[in-house]
Ligand binder design. Structure first.
Ligand SMILES: [Zn+2]
Length: 266
């Protein structure tokens, strides 16, 4: 599932392909899913949590959440696939496409007020790239229980998913089930630094393409090949050489090194 880095890449690549172009009137039923945004000019592309917001003339927003398997492409006119859920003709001669194999993706369209009052946006926490250490500690420090579950809460930090959580916890040498109430100042500091490092590195490498997600120009992200621990069960830990294990934490498949991330009941 696309996480913060993948949605950030989507935003950065969509911008130059869309801003200043128009969405043209639709001719057939499949295209008319575009609804009332026909003929509108594209003014900007933003990211909020894991959602992409396309700001249109007339105060309208077209937004997408890629969820499990969605991807947003700017493709040639003749691009076709049975997994195309929404297709918009652009004045550039290309098409803006929402491609979604598993159909869990979400599209919103309407006035900015209407779209942003959807519960998804109302409940979003803060962006981990936009907060400082003090805010990070304040947000997490008020919670109790295992740290991985807290990192995955979109109403606390928006955009962190399973890959970023595992990578950051390993880098910070913190067990995913370590309880926040037992965190030292050093734990908060190490985790904040690790989270920022992983997010920035992943964005720099173009995010993670595991299966379905690709960049809007249909190229792949390079982070997955260089990931530190996620999905590496039975391989050696890059820090200490111990074999990485897969466990369950926060209800999710979780990868840890038991030597670098020891679990002490405190
Ligand atoms: Zn290790």
């Amino acid at each position: 599932m696309p996480e913060l880095p993948e949605v950030e890449i989507t935003k950065r690549k969509l911008g130059p392909l869309l801003i200043g172009k128009r969405i043209l009137p639709a001719r057939n039923a499949a295209h008319s899913a575009a609804g009332g945004n026909l003929g509108r000019k594209i003014l900007g592309v933003e990211r909020l949590g894991k959602a992409i917001l396309i700001r249109l003339s007339g105060g309208k927003i077209l937004a997408f959440h890629q969820r499990m398997s969605g991807k947003i492409l700017v493709a040639e006119k003749d691009f076709d696939s049975k997994h195309v859920r929404f297709k918009y003709k652009l004045s550039s001669g290309k098409n803006l496409i929402f491609h979604d194999v598993r159909k869990f993706g979400v599209r919103w369209y309407g006035t900015a007020k209407k779209v942003l009052s959807d519960p998804y946006f109302l409940r979003l926490g803060l962006d981990p790239l936009e907060i400082d250490f003090k805010k990070f500690k304040e947000l997490l420090g008020k919670l109790k229980g295992g740290i991985k579950a807290a990192l995955l809460r979109q109403d606390i930090l928006a955009g962190v998913g399973n890959i970023i959580a595992d990578e950051s916890l390993w880098k910070a040498k913190i067990h995913p089930q370590k309880r926040i109430e037992n965190f030292s100042e050093a734990d908060f500091k190490n985790l904040f630094a690790a989270l920022r490092f992983i997010l920035e590195k992943s964005i720099k490498l173009g995010g993670s393409t595991m299966r379905d997600w690709y960049h809007p120009d249909n190229t792949k992200g390079g982070y997955f090949a260089q990931r530190l621990i996620y999905g590496r069960a039975n391989e050696k830990c890059k820090k200490c050489g111990k074999i990485i294990i897969r466990m369950k934490a926060a209800g999710r498949g979780t990868f840890i090194c038991t030597k670098c991330q020891p679990f002490k009941q405190e």
